[in-house]
Design a protein around this ligand. Structure first.
Ligand code: PLP
Length: 387
């Protein structure tokens, strides 16, 4: 059977490959510990489940949803952005519900990019930025995120002709996979750059709520002029352990959101309204649950960093996200280290080069496993390195 040419340009999806390898090992009877995927291990909080159950009983939620989202969800998102970031959002035209931010990241490419257009994509970066740009027929210019620049892209290093051609730019802080954070000064630089070259900016804000040591991550929209050039994706997935629920939203530039809305009216029929109303309760509520999750990840981060340092690995404690971005020991590449620990220790880490060439030399380690498994994983890695 022949498939479309766009499928030929698409690289295999990193995590699909990892899932396949884990399944193969488990089939061989190996007790695999996966530090590979950023999927919270703890359950969704009880108050969220109770609210969803209540919403399920309400027949007004049983019909086709409106694509634009229910008013309560938009108002709750605006409330959250005001309280958390001091950012004013007009729920009427600066808000749009999404079936998780991954869906939004993919579809915004279809709304903004034509074949032959150019997208600026961080390297390493969440694979959907490049994959969806390619699916939309666009070309990708990679912006290396280097340790010496604090894993921020150097916008001055983007050639003038590339900047002029670029139509869309992806950024994301706190960052997956490097776990780096960005300050408002960097976001200001992005806004100035985007205005100069007329580029639409997507800030993928999946991790702003999961930060450590008292660090509070800003929103891209806190910068003056940000809404003129771009918008932000926010997701309930990671802070509230809701990855399976598929719920997020976009806030910011009304023209881009209107285009996304027009596109999506042709693709799906909106989001289950019971879920939207439950999300409204989450965003209007207090954030104690997220405080507790921050404490869990901070504890695991400290344990993992200490344990890895004790076995001679050089890793910095990140200020946010649910990952460590760790240089591989001498003599290994990203892939050979990940393969070694999977084969010899039954532990999955994600090879950094899977997020782009500039990720070579690193692996990403996820904090989403219980504490006892963290210890066992590091012990097994230590044993495997002595082999
Ligand atoms: C940077 C980044 N953006 C987006 C997503 C997707 O999140 P969602 O569950 O909202 O689709 C992830 C998930 O791992 C992520 O790491």
């Amino acid at each position: 059977m022949e498939f479309s040419r766009r499928m030929d340009r698409l690289p295999p999806y990193l995590f699909a490959e990892i899932e396949r390898k884990i399944a193969a090992k488990r089939d061989q009877g190996v007790d695999v510990i996966s530090l590979g995927i950023g999927d919270p291990d703890l359950p969704t909080p009880d108050y969220v489940i109770a609210e969803m159950k209540r919403q399920l009983d309400d027949p007004r939620n049983h019909r086709y949803p409106s694509n634009a989202g229910v008013a309560e969800f938009g108002q709750a998102a605006a409330h959250f952005y005001r309280e958390r970031f001091g950012v004013e959002i007009d729920p009427g035209n600066e808000f749009f519900p999404l079936l998780g931010s991954k869906e939004g990241l993919a579809h915004v490419c279809w709304a903004v990019l034509d074949p032959g257009d150019l997208a600026l994509v961080p390297d390493p970066g969440y694979p959907v930025y490049a994959g969806s740009s390619i699916l939309a027929g666009a070309d990708v210019h990679l912006m290396p995120l280097l340790p010496e620049n604090g894993f921020l892209p150097d916008l001055d290093a983007i050639p003038e002709d590339v900047a002029r051609k670029a139509k869309l730019m992806f950024i994301s802080y706190p960052n997956n996979p490097t776990a780096a954070v960005a300050d408002l000064g960097f976001f200001r630089w992005v806004v100035d750059f985007a205005k100069t070259y007329d580029i639409a900016v997507v800030h993928d804000n999946a991790y702003s709520e999961l930060t450590f040591d008292g660090y509070v991550a800003p929103s891209f929209l806190e910068v003056e002029g940000a809404k003129e050039v771009g918008f932000e994706f926010f997701s309930l997935s990671k802070p509230w352990n809701m990855t399976g629920w598929r719920i997020g939203f976009a806030v910011g530039n009304p023209q881009i959101l209107e285009a996304l809305w027009r596109l999506k009216t042709n693709l799906d029929s909106g989001m289950f309204e019971a879920l939207q109303r439950t999300a409204a309760t989450v965003l209007n509520g207090d954030l104690k649950f997220v405080d507790a999750m921050r404490a869990v990840y901070e504890r695991r981060r400290d344990q993992l960093v200490k344990a890895f340092r004790d076995i001679g690995m050089d890793v910095e404690p990140p200020k946010g996200t649910i990952y460590l971005w760790m240089p591989v020991p001498d003599g290994y590449t990203s892939t050979s280290f990940a393969e070694h620990v999977l084969d010899q220790a039954g532990v999955v880490v994600t090879p950094g080069n899977g997020y782009g060439e500039a990720g070579e030399g690193f692996v990403r380690v996820s904090l989403t496993v219980p504490d006892d498994r963290i210890h066992e994983a590091v012990e097994r890695i230590e044993r495997s390195l002595k082999l």
